[in-house]
Design a protein around this ligand. Structure first.
Ligand SMILES: Nc1ncnc2c1ncn2[C@@H]1O[C@H](COP(=O)(O)OP(=O)(O)O)[C@@H](O)[C@H]1O
Ligand SMILES: [Mg+2]
Length: 262
């Protein structure tokens, strides 16, 4: 009996997020101009580009903070274009902000508990904070994972910069999202803290969590990412594996040659 030839087919790409031809205009400025890309399930997809390229605006469009003037955001097969951030979060997409989103006058525990409270929201019904077992459990998990045990009762405003950025990621993860958008999570961090945060981000990505990252530290991006999207002046300049993107001449001149990138 002759062997039946078996075609070896690469596993089909499995996009958790598709951004299709998305644009937004602020007055005469087209801040994001016809950008398309896909983020694959379980992977780290990074968006890089010079300061003002439109990276944070792209995140605002994806997370529902602002509505696109054209284009679509498809999350796990569902068209969620222009949905409000809370709806996005309910669907499983959470984000952290380039500018802090913490309540500085509340403790670490309270910041986490408020964010984890989302887990108990039965269709918009908010329960008293004290009664939420699911939320309390989630706070314990996050505190351990992000090594904030000893800071639980400290006010967020009194944490070190590195601890605040870590808490911010923990807050974004509180609702158990399936996609996490991180906008410059290592901004202002020391080299050591940056490396540590990078390792933490890498360890978070997996079957149940896909990560979309805006990051200014190019070496970190190259070592962390499965896929890199390069933006320039609102448009997509290139995308591909870190190696492919790094060796792209257009990227070299627009980005790596530019010492003022952020
Ligand atoms: N809400 C807004 N209103 C007007 N212009 C904006 C707004 N948000 C961002 N911009 C402009 O859009 C461009 C892209 O900004 P941004 O997305 O923050 O860039 P990046 O995050 O890549 O540094 C910049 O020129 C910025 O000034
Ligand atoms: Mg930005």
């Amino acid at each position: 009996m002759s062997a039946v030839p078996v075609a070896v087919v690469a596993a089909p790409p499995d996009a958790i997020l598709s951004v299709n031809d998305i644009s937004v205009r602020f007055g005469s400025l087209v801040a994001v101009n016809g950008v398309s890309f896909e983020a694959q399930r379980g992977q780290i997809t990074s968006v890089i580009g010079p300061n003002g390229a439109g990276k944070s605006t792209l995140f605002n469009l994806i997370s529902g903070a602002i509505r696109p003037s054209a284009g679509r955001v498809i999350f796990d097969g569902q068209d969620l274009t222009g949905s409000a951030p809370n709806h996005m979060l309910a669907a499983g997409l959470a984000r952290s902000f380039q500018i802090t989103n913490l309540f500085f006058e509340l403790s670490v525990r309270e910041n986490l508990r408020l964010a984890a409270q989302f887990l108990e929201q039965g269709r918009g019904l908010l329960r008293p904070v004290g009664s939420s077992q699911l939320a309390l459990q989630r706070v314990d998990e996050l505190v351990e994972r992000f090594r904030l045990e000893r800071k639980l009762d400290e006010l967020a405003g009194f944490l070190s910069h590195g601890e605040q950025r870590r808490l911010e990621i923990a807050v974004a993860l509180a609702a158990r999202p399936r996609v996490l958008l991180l906008d410059e999570p290592t901004q202002g961090m020391s080299h050591a803290d940056t490396q540590e945060t990078g390792a933490m981000i890498r360890s978070l990505a997996g079957e149940s969590l896909s990560i979309l990252l805006v990051e200014h530290d190019v070496d970190l991006v190259m070592s962390l990412s499965d896929h890199v999207v390069v933006m320039h002046q609102g448009g997509k300049l290139a995308e591909g594996t870190p190696q492919l993107v790094r060796s792209n001449p257009a990227v070299q001149s627009a980005y790596f040659g530019d010492a003022t990138h952020a």
